[in-house]
Design a protein around this ligand. Structure first.
Ligand SMILES: NC(=O)c1ccc[n+]([C@@H]2O[C@H](COP(=O)([O-])OP(=O)(O)OC[C@H]3O[C@@H](n4cnc5c(N)ncnc54)[C@H](OP(=O)(O)O)[C@@H]3O)[C@@H](O)[C@H]2O)c1
Length: 284
C-alpha cells in the first residue's frame, strides 16, 4: 500500500477558505480525477460535506468522531487506523482537508501537490513540506501553477557497512572542470561553488567554462553516491578515497546534504565506477 496526499496549495500554504476550496482550475480538477480514479480516497468530514456528494468510481472513506454520522456512498471511519483497515493493501489517496493532511503526512509515501504561484486568502493550510524529508521527483510547470510530485526521502544512513552496501555510484554525463573566479558570473549554474578569501572555486561542465572563456583545470568526471548518507556517518569518505587510491585514482569528495559527490580524473571515470561497485559488493 502507498499513501499519497493530493492537494492544491497557495504559496502561503492556504488550501481552503470558509469551508470551500481556496482555488479552482479545471485542468487541476481533471488531473485530480485522473490520479484518484479507481482508488480509495480518505477525507475529513468537513471536506466531504464541502464536496457535498461521494466522488464517483472511488471508495469514499470519511473520517469523523461523531458516532452516528453517515452519508450515502461513504464509508465511515472513526480513526486513522480504522480507515487504513478499510483500505487494506490498496493504494490510498488522502484528499483533505487541513486537519486530515496534518494527521497523515507522517504516514505518507508520496505527495502530489499543485503549487499555486500566489498567496491565497483563506483559513485552512497544508502542513509544511520540509525539503530534508521530501524529494521532488517530477515538476510540470503550467500557467500560474506547477504540479510537483514528491517522494519521501529514505532515512539517512550512518552505519558504515550499510552505507558501503548501498553506494549506488552514478556517473553523470559529460566532462567537468575546476575554475577559479573572483565572483560567480550571473546566469552560471555550477555543480560546486566554494568561496574562499582568495576567490571562488567552481566545478562546472567543460562546455559552460569554454563558453564563458574560463580556464579550466583538472578535467574530471562527476560521480554521485546515491546512498542517503547521514552527516553523522563516519568513515565513508575515507573508505571511498582508499578504494580509489588502490587503483591509483585521485578524487575530490564534496559531501552534499543529501548525497556525496566525487570528482575523479575524466580518463579514469569507468575504472572509478568499477572500483566503487567492487567496494559496495565486498561490504559484508
Ligand atoms: N486545496 C485542496 O486541495 C483542498 C483539499 C481538501 C479540502 N480543502 C479545504 O479544506 C477545508 C476543510 O479542511 P478542515 O481542516 O477544515 O477539515 P477536514 O480535515 O476536511 O475535516 C476535519 C474533520 O474530520 C474528522 N477527523 C479528522 N481527524 C480525525 C480522526 N483522527 N479521527 C476521526 N475523525 C477525524 C473530524 O470530523 P468531526 O468533526 O465530524 O468529528 C474533523 O472535524 C475546506 O475549506 C476544504 O475546501 C482543500
Amino acid at each position: 500500500m502507498t499513501i499519497t496526499l493530493i492537494a492544491s496549495v497557495g504559496e502561503n500554504g492556504v488550501i481552503g477558505a470558509d469551508g470551500d476550496l481556496a482555488w479552482r482550475n479545471s485542468d487541476d480538477l481533471r488531473r485530480f480525477r485522473k490520479l484518484t480514479l479507481g482508488h480509495p480516497v480518505l477525507m475529513g468530514r468537513r471536506t466531504f460535506e464541502s464536496i457535498g456528494r461521494p466522488l464517483p468510481d472511488r471508495q469514499n472513506i470519511v473520517l469523523t468522531r461523531a458516532p452516528r454520522w453517515s452519508a450515502d456512498g461513504a464509508e465511515v471511519a472513526h480513526s486513522i487506523p480504522e480507515a487504513l483497515e478499510l483500505v487494506g493493501e490498496r493504494d490510498l489517496f488522502v484528499i483533505g482537508g487541513g486537519v486530515v493532511y496534518a494527521e497523515t503526512i507522517d504516514l505518507a509515501d508520496r505527495l502530489e501537490i499543485t503549487h499555486i504561484e500566489q498567496d491565497l486568502p483563506g483559513d485552512t493550510h497544508f502542513p509544511a513540506i520540509p525539503p530534508a524529508g521530501w524529494e521532488r521527483i517530477r515538476v510540470d510547470h503550467r500557467d500560474g501553477f506547477s504540479w510537483v510530485s514528491y517522494r519521501r526521502r529514505p532515512e539517512p544512513v550512518s552505519d558504515l557497512r550499510t552505507l558501503l552496501a548501498q553506494l549506488q555510484p552514478e556517473l553523470h554525463r559529460g566532462e567537468y572542470v575546476y575554475c577559479t573566479v573572483e565572483t560567480v558570473p550571473s546566469g552560471d549554474d555550477p555543480v560546486v561553488t566554494v568561496t574562499e578569501a582568495e576567490g571562488v572555486t567552481l566545478v562546472l561542465p567543460r562546455e559552460q567554462a569554454d563558453q564563458l572563456g574560463m580556464v579550466g583545470v583538472f578535467p574530471c568526471a562527476w560521480i554521485t553516491l546515491r546512498v542517503p548518507s547521514s552527516l553523522h556517518a563516519v568513515g565513508l569518505t575515507a573508505a571511498v578515497a582508499t578504494a580509489l587510491s588502490r587503483h591509483d585514482i585521485s578524487c575530490n569528495i564534496i559531501a552534499g546534504y543529501h548525497h556525496d559527490h566525487l570528482f575523479v580524473p575524466a580518463d579514469r571515470s569507468a575504472d572509478a565506477v568499477a572500483a566503487l561497485h567492487a567496494l559496495s559488493h565486498s561490504s559484508p
